[in-house]
Structures are given as structure tokens and as C-alpha cells.
Design a protein around this ligand. Structure first.
Ligand SMILES: [Zn+2]
Length: 285
């Protein structure tokens, strides 16, 4: 999550297929979007489907947005939509108790976490770029959510910005959850190696399409196939040529096309492999 001012009305929606010569590729998996915060989530979902994006994970950033994600997944009845429950570092002052409360509520409900399609704890982590919460409270809320993901056997979705040492330090100290995803990966090859050494997955966003992508692009080219994921982080971080517009899952093929080019891979092949990696990363297969 970053910040955005546009309202997401249809007139505002980018036309995903505009001169993307990969129309017709299917099976893309958007591992990180904030669909539940859209004004017309079902319309956005339809556009994603039309663009070949078959699976999405709706990511919570606090209690309300996590509940909205769970409700959208439930009410849409969509088989390829999942939700996460978490507290973003920007909201760390609220404390991770809200996440613990929601997880235990879901775990006690009929059908539990599986029925609720809650697949991960997060997004959570450290953001020393914006520092919207005191760093000590960010570290506490992150460590508590790492523990919750391990306790409930869920995937951990990590947001880290300008905080590699503390992020990796907290993970090194903790009981590591079975599956860890570094979302919106912004490191280079050295950070990629350290994350991969933890057994984690790296998820690449629209940043990889920016001219300034440099080391992130290197990491995307270097990342082992079975550890590589794709995401929009929508409505934020729209990829080139839609940069500055409101992002949405339907634009994921632009990110996929850029990563495929960096890896010298056919886009359809990347769509299939990254979707299979996503199913493994969320413990769905
Ligand atoms: Zn984030």
C-alpha cells in the first residue's frame, strides 16, 4: 500500500488491453491487491477476468479492510479470490491485538479459516520510508504478526521499505512461518538472496516496469521460477504505460510482460509458473 487520490470511477479506469500485444494470455495470479477498498469491486473483478487475471488475493491493512476483504471473498462466491488479515506498518500504533482477535474469531467460526478463505497474515512489516508509526511500535506489531502466522499455519505477507536489517533481524529471531512472501519487492540481488535463503517468495509489482527499476529488475531476472510471484498492489503503483493512473488487477499482464521480457521467457509460460508458485506460497495446493 502507498497512497492515491483518484476515485476509481469507470471513466478513470485504464484500458488494460491498449497496445499490449499479449492479449489472450490467461491464468495470471495477482498475489496482492486491495480490491475490497474499491468503490465497485465487482466491476474491477470483471475487468480483471477479461484481461486474463484468474486469481487474486485481497490484502488487509487493518481490521476494517481485512473484514472487507473477507466479506468480498464471501459475498462474491468467487472460487479464485482469497483474503488476508493484517495490520500495515502505517497502522502499527493500533497494535496487533486486532489481528489476533479477528483470527481467533475466524478460527472459531464454522468452517474456520479455510471456509473464510483467509490464507495469510499481512500485509505487515516495517516502513522506514514513510515512518507513519513509531519504529518501536512497528517492530512490535510486526513481530506479533510473525508469531500469529506461525501459530495459525498461515502465510506471512511482508511489507518492508528501507528497513531490511530490522525486517530480516525480526524474522531471524522469530519462529518462522512455513511460508513467507516479500510483497512489492524493492531490493536488489543481495536482498533477494537473503530472502530466498529464508525459503521465502518474492513478489514483483509495477515497479519492475519503471525506468528506475534497476536492481529490482535484476532481482526479477535472477529469482528462481518457483519463488517468483506477481502483483499489482492496486490501486497503487500502476505499471508503465499506465503510470500515474489508478491501478487495478486488470493491469497485471503489463507487469507479467515486463518480467517475462527480463527473464527471456514467453509470457504465457510465466503466467502459468507464477500462478503455480502463488498457489504454493499461499498453501493452496
Ligand atoms: Zn504494501
Amino acid at each position: 500500500m502507498v497512497t492515491s487520490s483518484r476515485d476509481g470511477s469507470p471513466a478513470d479506469a485504464p484500458k488494460p488491453e491498449d497496445d499490449l500485444d499479449q492479449a489472450g494470455i490467461t491464468g495470471w495470479f495477482d498475489t496482492h491487491c486491495h480490491l475490497q477498498d474499491e468503490q465497485r469491486p465487482l466491476e474491477v473483478l470483471q475487468r480483471a477476468r477479461a484481461a486474463g487475471v484468474s486469481s487474486m488475493v485481497c490484502v488487509g491493512t487493518d481490521e476494517l479492510s481485512s473484514r472487507r476483504a473477507l466479506e468480498l471473498v464471501r459475498s462474491s462466491g468467487d472460487g479464485a479470490l482469497w483474503a488476508t488479515v493484517g495490520l500495515h506498518p502505517h497502522e502499527a500504533t493500533r497494535g496487533a491485538r486486532v489481528v489476533e482477535g479477528l483470527l481467533s474469531e475466524l478460527a472459531c467460526s464454522p468452517g474456520g479459516l479455510v471456509e473464510a478463505k483467509a490464507v495469510a497474515v499481512g500485509e505487515c512489516g516495517l516502513d522506514y520510508h514513510y515512518d507513519h508509526s513509531p519504529r518501536e511500535e512497528q517492530r512490535e506489531a510486526f513481530a506479533a504478526q510473525v508469531e500469529l502466522a506461525a501459530r495459525y499455519g498461515l502465510t506471512l505477507v511482508v511489507h518492508t521499505r528501507n528497513a531490511w536489517e530490522d525486517t530480516l533481524g525480526i524474522l531471524a529471531e522469530a519462529r518462522l512461518p512455513e511460508r513467507v512472501i516479500f510483497h512489492c519487492f524493492t531490493g536488489g540481488e543481495p536482498e533477494a538472496r537473503r530472502c530466498l535463503d529464508l525459503g521465502a517468495w518474492l513478489s514483483f509489482s509495477g515497479i519492475v516496469t519503471f525506468k528506475s527499476a534497476g536492481e529490482v529488475a535484476q532481482a526479477a531476472a535472477f529469482c528462481p521460477e518457483e519463488r517468483l510471484l506477481l502483483e499489482t498492489d492496486s490501486p497503487f503503483l500502476a505499471p508503465v504505460p499506465h503510470r500515474g493512473q489508478r491501478n487495478e488487477p486488470a493491469l497485471l499482464p503489463w507487469i507479467g510482460a515486463a518480467v517475462a521480457k527480463l527473464r527471456g521467457q514467453a509470457p504465457q509460460e510465466l503466467a502459468c509458473h507464477s500462478a503455480a508458485s502463488a498457489m504454493a506460497a499461499f498453501g493452496l495446493r
